[in-house]
Ligand binder design. Structure first.
Ligand SMILES: Nc1ncnc2c1ncn2[C@@H]1O[C@H](COP(=O)(O)OP(=O)(O)OP(=O)(O)O)[C@@H](O)[C@H]1O
Length: 960
């Protein structure tokens, strides 16, 4: 096949350059005939430009065998409006393929540059000339090539066939005499690294050689170059190996040349069929994908709509090519891999992918991603039928259709596998697992430019903000059609088959009429029966030129003895080939890159989830921030409230403590007051003693009528003093035992001596009682004080630790405590004074006793008088002088210091109490001595004990 005489291309056709591929020749190149050229430059223009099809193809009519299969859709023949081949042309001659719809005018067509080719090269014009120059000589070559396996005379110029000498260059003027169909330029194999497309290694593919903006810089879909959009349609034919071949020897009638993208049939109605790609039985799915779909997928990622569909008779390998196997992945998984590779390679854009999967089964559309509705009885109910709608923005679309957003190849493959499992499949005569429906996978690609964040690293921060550009929405449709088939015995299969065949027939009709539709443009649109089937309706957008299209037709060439070798099968194969040729010739794509919708209100805004999600994300982020700040605010408020409550509780507690403290202080104060009063009372008692003494004296005066001018002991003055002092402590006087004794009858009954002793005894008893009373008071006070001091001390230290420096209140408290301590010490001093007084009294009594003893021989009166005189002369008698709280006894003075008894409370006045007692009788004297001694001991011991005990019981005071 490669042994032609034409110069070989500069590089092997199997391994095209990794750089941009040559663009389709422009219209004028079609005026030239095919000639040899380098691979990069010899490519002819759109498929209609050059065809080499045997006349048999042109005069193809369903054979009688075909007619036995009425249900198999017959491709439109030359009888149709597409232009028939002039009858009478002999078979097996290279003639025009009038049977195929031909565009009437090849020249002057506006041919946009195909997005599926890379660029025009300057060499193409020259190449075309070369083709033209060899056109005449190629006639013979062409003729011979039909009779034997050809060794191409356009070595390496894959897809280029010499023009038939019988065919005028009609493809230029639109006549039906065109010869060679050659669109092999699009079938260039991918670079070696992409030939083994797989999920792993397809990352570094020829796709990386594409430059963004190719289309814009080189004419774009609507620019200069191939203006008819032919390059936007790729037609490939794949030949399935014939497993039924007995001798593994392909029937001699067929010739498949994948390098030249040529299939030749030498049988009846034979001819040459050249396409963009021809894959022989050795080609695997990766090669099919690389040549037939890879660029289209790439373009879809760039913003074009793209459609790939597999067409062919049942069992010829459509599903095998589209889905593939685990070891030989088909177009769908390879496209998915490339989609994600592209996303990885394009960090400056962000993408959103969603996928849907539907099937058309018996002219009903089912969503394969939504399982059958389960009926109430638990049985699976009917699947929800999907309707087709059309609008100006989206074109024809199925609704309601579930779309799943996918984020990884695995996820996408899983979704599709789920749909595959739901698809209707059944065994037929030709295929044990025949697809009974047309299956459509739709992958919607949304993308938008991403701007680098102000401080973001160039390594592609995915969270960087977006530029205010729009969202581009494009769709990749991957369609595995059900295969045309003969009527089956099984009724269900027959029904399915009839629907399948009807829809395929409609597809063929639409494709067949596309050419005439183009011709009739301007004269009024010719009716295209898109609505005759759901399939054509769904493919309307792609067929009418809005999409890049790649059609993969599958055939099976029967070996001798195989099922495929049956005539009917050959007829079907020919039908498929004719369909492929018509598709290549007639479908004109004006696919444009999708506009970028700006915002949700943009052109594709209603579909752009990317926008909606962005807005939603922004909205949610705002909500989150609002919620956060609100939460923080609430937290702050709550904390503040808590703090306030705690403060309040602390204040309340402090208040309670303070109150308690105050109460304690009050108690302590009361106790102290009581103590003071009591001590005062004691003083008064001492004075009372004086009063009593005065009483005694007065009694003595009364009895002895003794009056002394030396001693100012006027009753009135004494009483007034007494009463004056007593006034300071009202209510206490009555309770004093010594006062009760005043003027009692008992005193009188004691007689002179008895009177004095009795009064002293009473006085001592009163003092003792008072002492006991004092001790009790002191004990109580000490207890209270201790308690109060402890609690206040702990509080003060606690408060001090909280508040540096302490408050004025605490300072006051401390001052109060120290004041109290001071008072206590004063009281103690007073107590000591009192006790000294007691001892002084005791000693005075003793001295008195002695005085009595001295004057025992005298009369009581003289004793009294002498005693009195002694006392009055102040020589050796005892004088008790209360002066400002001082007690002077025989020159010894006991001064009660301190402010405890304030001068205002107790206004002292000099008081001299001469203790005069009548000399006791011997017995009574004894008794008195005894008693006095005991009293002395007792009082002295008590006082000492008390002082020592108090000294020990006041650690706080000492501590301070
Ligand atoms: N190129 C190939 N290489 C190896 N096996 C193939 C090839 N093409 C098809 N087959 C096998 O042929 C059988 C039928 O293929 P497949 O189901 O893909 O046909 P189909 O065209 O989808 O049929 P239908 O229209 O009935 O669904 C399968 O077992 C498949 O593995």
């Amino acid at each position: 096949m490669s042994g032609n005489s034409l110069p070989r291309p500069s590089r092997p056709s199997i391994a095209p350059p990794t750089g941009p591929l040559p663009s389709l020749p422009v219209a004028k190149s079609r005026s030239s005939n095919i000639g040899p050229a380098t691979r990069s430059s010899l490519l002819p223009a759109a498929s209609h430009a050059s065809r080499a099809v045997s006349s048999s193809a042109l005069s193809y009519r369903p054979s009688p065998k075909h007619s036995n299969s009425p249900s198999v859709p017959a491709l439109p023949t030359g009888d149709g409006p597409t232009g028939a081949l002039p009858m009478g042309k002999s078979l097996r001659k290279t003639v025009s393929i009038g049977a195929f719809p031909q565009p009437p005018r090849h020249v002057g067509r506006s041919n946009p540059t195909s997005p599926l080719v890379e660029s025009s090269t300057p060499g193409e014009v020259m190449v075309d000339r070369r083709v033209s120059s060899v056109s005449a000589s190629s006639v013979n070559l062409r003729t011979s090539s039909l009779k034997k396996p050809r060794t191409s005379n356009i070595a390496g110029a894959r897809g280029l066939l010499p023009k038939s000498p019988l065919s005028p260059p009609s493809f230029l003027n639109g006549s039906a005499d065109s010869v060679t169909v050659d669109t092999g330029h699009l079938g260039l194999p991918s670079p070696p690294q992409s030939r083994n497309s797989s999920p792993q290694d397809s990352y570094a593919t020829s796709a990386t050689t594409f430059e963004e903006g190719d289309d814009e810089s080189k004419g774009g879909a609507g620019g200069k170059g191939n203006k008819d959009g032919k390059g936007n349609v790729i037609v490939s034919v794949r030949v399935r190996p014939d497993v039924g071949a007995k001798d593994n020897k392909q029937e001699m009638e067929w010739e498949v040349n994948n390098k030249r993208a040529l299939i030749t049939y030498r049988g009846r109605e034979g001819g040459d069929y050249t396409y963009d790609n021809v894959f022989d039985t050795q080609d695997n799915n990766a090669r099919v994908y690389d040549s037939a779909a890879k660029r289209l997928v790439r373009r879809v990622m760039e913003g074009y709509h793209g459609t790939v569909f597999a067409y062919g008779m049942t069992g010829t390998g459509k599903t095998f090519s589209m889905q593939g196997t685990a070891t030989n992945p088909g177009v769908i998984p390879l496209a998915i891999t490339d989609i994600f590779s592209y996303i990885r390679e394009t960090p400056h854009r962000e993408f959103l992918l969603r996928v849907s999967y539907l099937e058309i089964y018996n002219e009903k559309i089912h969503d394969l991603l939504v399982g059958p509705i389960t009926a109430t009885n638990g049985q699976p109910g009917p699947m929800e039928e999907i309707k087709l709608r059309e609008d100006s923005k989206r074109g024809v679309y199925a609704t309601p259709l579930k779309e799943e957003i996918v984020q990884s190849p695995t996820q996408l493959l899983r979704v599709i596998a789920r749909g595959d499992n739901a698809r209707k499949v059944a065994g037929t005569q030709f295929n044990a697992r025949s697809s009974r429906s047309h299956a459509v996978v739709q992958i919607v690609v949304e993308s938008r430019e991403r701007a680098p964040a102000p401080g973001a690293k160039s390594s592609g921060d995915k969270r960087s903000p977006i530029v205010p550009g729009g969202v581009r929405v494009s769709t990749l449709s991957l369609i595995d059609l059900a295969g045309s088939e003969k009527a089956a015995d099984n009724k269900e299969r027959r029904t399915e088959g009839s629907h399948i065949n009807k829809s395929l027939l409609t597809l063929g009709t639409v494709v067949g009429r596309l050419a005439s539709d183009k011709e009739d443009k301007g004269k009024g649109d010719k009716h295209l029966p898109y609505r005759d089937s759901k399939l054509t309706r769904l493919l309307q957008g792609a067929l009418s030129g809005n999409s890049l299209v790649s059609i993969l037709c599958t055939i099976q060439i029967g070996a001798s003895g195989s099922i495929a070798a049956a005539n009917s099968h050959t007829g079907e194969t020919l039908n498929t080939l004719k369909f492929a040729s018509r598709a290549k010739n007639n479908i004109v794509s004006h696919a444009k890159k999708a506009d970028e919708s700006v915002g949700a209100a943009g052109d594709a805004g209603s579909r752009a989830l990317l926008d909606r999600y962005r807005l939603e994300i922004q909205d949610l982020k705002k909500q989150l921030e609002d919620g956060k700040s609100k939460e923080t605010k609430e937290e702050d408020e709550e904390e503040l409230k808590k703090d306030k409550e705690e403060e309040k509780a602390r204040e309340l507690e402090d208040k309670h403590r303070h109150e308690e403290q105050m109460l304690e202080m009050q108690l302590a104060r009361t106790a102290l007051k009581e103590r003071i009063e009591h001590l005062n009372r004691l003083i008064l008692s001492s004075k009372s003693i004086g009063v009593n003494g005065r009483s005694f004296s007065s009694m003595s005066f009364q009895r002895g009528s003794i009056a002394s001018n030396h001693v100012d002991m006027r009753p009135s003055s004494i009483r007034s003093n007494s009463s004056h002092v007593t006034l300071g402590l009202p209510g206490r006087k009555q309770s004093q035992p010594e006062l009760q004794m005043e003027g009692s009858e008992e005193d009188d009954s004691l007689g002179e001596n008895g009177d004095g002793i009795a009064s002293q005894t009473v006085q001592i008893q009163a003092l003792q009682a008072d002492l006991a009373d004092k001790n009790r008071y002191i004990t109580t006070l000490e207890k209270r004080l201790l308690h109060a001091r402890r609690s206040s001390h702990s509080r003060v230290s606690m408060t001090l630790s909280h508040k540096l420096g302490g408050s004025s209140e605490d300072g006051g408290l401390i001052a109060t405590i120290s004041e109290k301590d001071h008072e206590i010490s004063n009281l103690r001093a007073q107590l000591e004074d009192k006790e000294r007084m007691i001892s002084a009294l005791t000693s005075a009594r003793k001295k008195n006793d002695n005085a009595h003893e001295i004057g025992s021989d005298g009369s009581p009166g003289s004793r009294r008088t002498s005693g009195y005189q002694r006392s009055g002369s102040d020589a050796s008698g005892i004088s008790l002088i209360a002066n400002g709280g001082s007690l002077i006894t025989n020159g010894s003075s006991f001064i009660a210091k301190g402010p405890t008894i304030s001068p205002t409370t107790v206004k002292p006045s000099p008081l001299i109490l001469p203790l005069l007692s009548p000399p006791p009788s011997t017995d009574s004297k004894k008794n008195l001595d005894e008693m006095t001694r005991m009293l002395d001991e007792m009082i002295t011991g008590r006082v000492e004990n008390k002082i020592a005990g108090r000294a020990n019981s006041l650690p706080v005071t000492e501590g301070r």
